[in-house]
Design a protein around this ligand. Structure first.
Ligand code: SAJ
Length: 428
């Protein structure tokens, strides 16, 4: 068993630290945010992820995981810090990685292994991280091992996927790769595949999310085409997927979260070859506009109407609203009004937008109860496919709503039932 220091205790670093600790490694967890460190020491987990609280508590109570106030010396140093997206420049901000490398400098010893797990533009491990670490006087590959090992876990299923997913490991040389493989082998049940260098691993990670984004863009285009042909896009996609080599994903209000809408841009950091990938991004980003147009057509005029948006989390059954398509739609609906809608929804002078989400408890968002959201609404948009929305009762809606327009962007509702209740249901 080894000593491991995990730098960054967010959605990836915290479960990784707890996993290693629960597999008997001696783990030190460090986060620059003092309040996170204090909460963890009190046994409070600051992230909403199934099973994480118990998993972290087990690691801390067994004393295999210690929360520290600085980076401490360890055989393995794992960096799991964010790489925030600069929306204007469409680039990754690498400051946290540079800061993490600086914080590590004085603790780095001969024989250690440094692992970067953060999602980064191709080349980052070698061109950004390595030069800073080598200011220690130690040489990557000779004196210490250096690898990129991208995280691949799905929010909502992180603990299982940490153990079960295949992992990619790319070191600056064979010795580096082998050292990291030994650590991941101790808890990963999936295959561990080694790439020829860190840049291949960085690139492959970005392509995994890009593949999904481009695939969804094709489904979203199918949805727009199907609308013109007056057929159901999900039926088309189901039948197209009958072919053994076709696997289209599902259309929707757009692609949110902190991965799919962002990672494709990282591929353009050192290249001007983005083409299809950029188009796919634009197709997905335009979906809220498409749905706003559907509403406009269905309601005639959006002035003096009330629209309820159900679901502001970026996807089903999570509380995360980063790059949320539902919030984007609320902004889009307010765009043409004289008083722009606030980023958190709320009313303008011409259209009232009410938002509901059973998973989100963000006080900065003007969310309301479902009954209040649909009360006197002229239209309802189902923006996120939370489990709760699959069992919505149309009678409850017809009793409260003023209008009959429902746009189900995630295919949650049973169209025959809702149409039978007299609703004008449109599904993407
Ligand atoms: N979505 C659709 N249609 C679909 C599937 C998803 O519109 O058929 C939308 C969702 O509603 C959501 C967005 O795409 O708004 C992203 O959701 P997601 O479930 O596809 O992915 P994330 O962002 O939660 O997590 C992804 C995962 N990547 C892949 O599956 C290739 C996860 O494994 C990564 O670890 C994560 O990104 C990451 O951290 O990079």
């Amino acid at each position: 068993m080894s000593s491991v220091c995990v730098h960054g205790l967010g959605y990836i670093g915290l479960p990784t630290a707890a996993m290693l600790a629960n597999y008997d490694h001696t783990v030190f967890g460090y986060d620059t945010d003092e309040s996170i460190r204090e909460r963890l020491r009190r046994g409070e987990v600051h992230l909403d992820e199934p099973g994480l609280r118990a998993f972290v508590t087990q690691a801390i109570e067994s004393e295999q995981l210690e929360i520290t106030d600085e980076v401490v010396p360890a055989k393995y140093q794992i960096i799991c810090v964010p790489t925030p997206f600069d929306e204007g420049e469409k680039t990754a901000t690498l400051d946290y990685i540079r800061d993490a490398a600086q914080a590590l400098l004085s603790q780095l010893r001969e024989g250690d292994t440094v692992i970067l797990e953060s999602t980064v533009p191709p080349g980052t491990t070698v061109t950004e991280l390595q030069p800073i670490l080598e200011e220690s006087g130690l040489v990557a590959g000779d004196d210490f091992a250096l690898v990129h090992c991208p995280e691949t876990v799905l929010p909502g299923n992180i603990i299982t996927e940490l153990r079960e997913n295949n992992r990619l490991i790319g070191g600056v040389n064979g010795v580096s790769t082998e050292s990291a493989v030994r650590l991941y082998e101790s808890f990963v049940n999936g295959d561990i595949r080694t790439t020829s260098d860190p840049t291949v691993a960085e690139f492959a990670k970005l392509i995994q999310n890009t593949y999904r984004d481009v695939n969804i863009a094709l489904s979203n285009e199918v949805a727009r085409l199907a609308h013109d042909y007056e057929i159901n896009s999900r039926e088309v996609i189901d039948f197209a997927n009958e072919h053994p080599r076709v696997e289209l994903l599902q259309p929707g209000l757009g692609v949110g979260g902190h991965c799919l809408p962002i990672d494709p841009w990282f591929l353009g950091a050192d290249s001007d070859q983005l083409d299809l990938i950029e188009r796919a991004r634009a197709v997905n980003d335009r979906m809220p506009e498409f749905v706003a147009d559907l509403l406009q057509t269905a309601l005639g005029d959006l002035d003096d109407t009330k629209v309820a948006v159900l679901g502001v989390a970026y996807k089903a059954n999570v509380d995360d609203t980063r790059m949320s398509p539902g919030l984007k739609l609320a902004r889009e609906l307010g765009r043409n009004k004289t008083m722009p809608v606030a980023t958190d929804g709320g009313a303008t002078d011409g259209i009232e937008i009410a938002m509901h989400d059973p998973h989100v408890a963000d006080p900065t968002l003007d969310l309301c109860e479902l009954e209040d959201a649909i009360e006197n609404a002229d239209a309802v948009v189902v923006a996120t496919d939370h489990d709760e929305y699959e069992s919505l009762d149309p009678t409850r809606f017809s009793e409260r709503m003023a209008g009959t327009v429902i746009v189900d962007t995630r295919g949650c509702l049973d169209s025959a039932v809702w149409q039978g209740e007299g609703f004008e249901l449109q599904q993407l």
